[in-house]
Design a protein around this ligand. Structure first.
Ligand code: ZN
Ligand code: ZN
Length: 178
């Protein structure tokens, strides 16, 4: 029963799939940018006379894809910052000002853990929390002796060696609310 609770919690925690995080404006914009780039590359930019057509098509395609995916990435980050309670304006600026995906790499290295809602009191909590800071609701399985986090499949606590099977199953996922 408690394992069911966990899988449900995990679903609600990451409820919207990662693909849904890409806003429609950035999908439309990336398609437009890709098409515009094809036009610029093939019709506006000068090409050497003996330029090979397959090479030229490949170059146009790969550069276009790189630019289009950059636009998608910016769209993704613009939504991802919000669910991590980070400054959207600051991070959009960093990703735009530092070009060539470096700003985005910095973002993925420094981003805060995702926030989820406590099932009991709806407080926003980081996914690393074991207990809700507001209502003590248990968010993750813990050892019945040292109360450090354990895996639901562990037999012994990795911190204190306590035999987890000795805890009643709910103790592994002790709910303080009842
Ligand atoms: Zn709570
Ligand atoms: Zn322990």
């Amino acid at each position: 029963m408690w394992s069911h609770e966990i899988s449900r919690g995990r679903d609600t925690g990451k409820g919207d799939s990662e693909m849904n995080l890409i806003p429609r404006w950035s999908i439309v914009l990336s398609l437009a940018v890709f098409a515009f780039w094809q036009y610029i590359f093939h019709y506006v930019m000068p090409h050497p006379r003996h330029d090979l057509l397959p090479m030229r098509l490949l170059m146009g395609y790969s550069w276009g894809m790189a630019i289009a995916s950059y636009v998608l990435l910016i769209g993704y980050i613009s939504r991802d910052v919000k669910r991590r309670n980070m400054s959207a304006g600051l991070w959009m600026l960093i990703v735009l000002v530092i070009p060539g995906f470096i700003g985005a790499i910095v973002y993925f290295m420094l981003r805060e853990p995702m926030l989820s809602k406590c099932p009991s009191c709806s407080t926003e909590v980081a996914s690393s929390f074991h207990f809700c800071p507001e209502c003590q609701f248990q968010m993750a399985p813990v050892c019945g002796q040292c109360y450090r986090g354990v895996q639901i499949t562990d037999v012994y606590c990795v911190n204190c060696g306590h035999e987890l099977a000795k805890d009643a199953s709910p103790a592994r996922l002790r709910t303080f609310s009842d």
